[in-house]
Ligand binder design. Structure first.
Ligand SMILES: *Cc1c(COP(=O)(O)O)cnc(C)c1O
Length: 459
């Protein structure tokens, strides 16, 4: 590192600590620790900091990056759009990129989702889904205004705006806002490793979907919708639903006249293997929430897709006030839509979903070796989504205490070895961008193994 670079890092670190407020971050700890990783550039699967150090981007820049950084076709699409216009409103006008993207999304989405409503983050995609479902029940052909509540899973995460937090079930994030939230109904999450019933899997009524089916049947007269993260509950720690669960939820919703909202903000765009996680179970939701990977990890964009039947409930003369009164200043932003279009074109041209298969297989065969560690309780996930749950004592299933900050310690050790990852509590997450090579995958797992050994050695 030259003295200029060292000076620059010192100056940036000082200004960061003076003026920034980082998300989900205990800021005291942030200020005390080593200088932050200040990322200036990216290249494929690598992040490059202001000193020129390279780090494998082990969590795809918080689950958003798809084909890698500086992907030429996406760079070019954004530049070309910039040469036309950066932003124009969706209120009272339209733009080609948003139109073409809507066509494309409805073509690749599960069957029946014909309408696209844009916003700019996963949380807003979920807020929109909630409001759509709520208003739909009041305005449908056979109005059901008493269907005004939502059923979600324990440990759910749907974003950080107040409506999304109302659906959430992660105490650490959500508890303090309790008085601000609307009430939701809860079903148990199938989470065998920490099974709330102490039951073996299978058979168990939570895992089989019988329990949630019962909830849906019982509460149907008051339920507008069930909201799920299909197949993988990401933020909860990469909890994977047993096969058949999602299908059961879909069938129960259909049978009892309850909408199914699938939040594929994390799982969408190939993250679990197929383009959408719903495909694992041959399920089509009534409303689909997309964000994170939609632009390839380039720009903030989200989409809430709905069926024509839902859309039709919002038709009527203007004076009846049946329209969907929701929108954001940057709804349908052309730059973001251009990036998303280029992202989806790469999926087609490079046959990404098919080509990912071999890498995913390699990833899971490499992960096998972590299972031998006395500090690893479970390695779980689906496709590119991996959670490594640390334990203080594997034999007795004794967890670390939050004060030990063990997940964080492992990620700091990984960073010293050139791997950027971020934990969810004591679950270390790995979610590489799809451009990684098998060698880079092996290196990521090797670094995780070494970092767990180092950070957990004395326990
Ligand atoms: C990340 C995430 C969200 C929130 O997305 P933001 O873009 O951060 O608002 C919502 N749902 C799921 C399942 C997520 O993983």
């Amino acid at each position: 590192m030259s003295t200029d670079e060292a000076q620059r890092l010192r100056r940036l670190t000082h200004a960061d600590r003076k003026h920034l407020w980082h998300p989900f971050t205990p800021m005291d700890e942030w200020e005390r620790e080593d200088p932050p990783l200040v990322v200036e550039r990216g290249e494929g699967a690598y992040l490059i900091d202001v000193e020129g150090n390279r780090y494998l981007d082990g969590v795809s820049s918080l689950w958003v990056n798809i084909h890698g950084h500086r992907k030429e076709e996406i760079d070019e699409a954004v530049r070309a759009q910039l040469g036309r216009i950066a932003h124009t409103t969706q209120l009272g006008m339209a733009n080609p990129a948003a139109i073409e993207l809507a066509e494309k999304l409805t073509r690749i989405a599960p069957a029946g989702l014909t309408r696209v409503f844009y916003s700019d983050s996963g949380a807003t995609a979920v807020e929109i889904a909630l409001k759509m479902a709520f208003q739909y029940q009041k305005q449908r052909k056979d109005p059901k205004p008493e269907k005004d509540r939502f059923l979600t899973l324990n440990l759910a995460y749907h974003g950080d705006t107040v409506g999304a937090v109302s659906l959430g079930g992660i105490d650490l994030f959500h508890h303090i806002f309790g008085p601000l939230l609307f009430q939701t109904m809860r079903a148990e999450t199938p989470y065998c490793f920490w099974c709330p019933r102490g039951a073996a899997h299978p058979p168990c009524s939570v895992c089989s979907g019988d329990e949630i089916t019962h909830h849906i049947a019982e509460n149907a007269p008051h339920l507008a919708a069930v909201v799920v993260e299909p197949m993988v509950q990401g933020a909860a720690g990469m909890i994977v639903q047993p096969s058949g669960f999602l299908r059961k939820v879909r069938e129960a919703c259909a049978e009892h006249d309850v909408l199914l909202i699938a939040d594929e903000v994390a799982t969408g765009f190939g993250r679990t293997g197929p383009m959408f996680a719903c495909e694992h179970e041959g399920v089509a939701p009534d409303i689909l929430c997309l964000a994170k990977g939609i632009t390839g990890g380039y720009l903030p964009l989200a989409a809430t897709l709905a069926t024509e039947e839902i859309f039709d409930a919002f038709r009527g003369p203007p004076e009846t006030g049946r329209a969907f009164f929701h929108g954001h200043s940057y709804t349908g932003n052309p730059l973001a839509c251009a990036a998303a279009l280029a992202n989806l074109e790469i999926f087609e041209r490079e046959d990404t979903i098919q080509n990912n298969q071999a890498k995913i297989t390699h990833l899971w065969s490499e992960l096998e070796r972590l299972k031998a560690s006395p500090r690893v309780g479970e390695v779980r996930g689906l496709g590119w989504m991996v959670g490594v749950e640390l334990l203080k004592e594997k034999a007795t299933k004794e967890p670390y205490t939050p004060a030990e900050r063990k997940g964080r310690a492992v990620t700091l050790a990984a960073r010293r070895r050139g791997l950027a990852v971020r934990p969810l509590g004591d679950v270390v997450v790995l979610m590489p961008p799809y451009c990684v090579t098998n060698e880079e995958i092996s290196r990521m797992v090797e670094v995780l193994e070494e970092s767990i050994r180092e950070a957990c050695a004395a326990d």
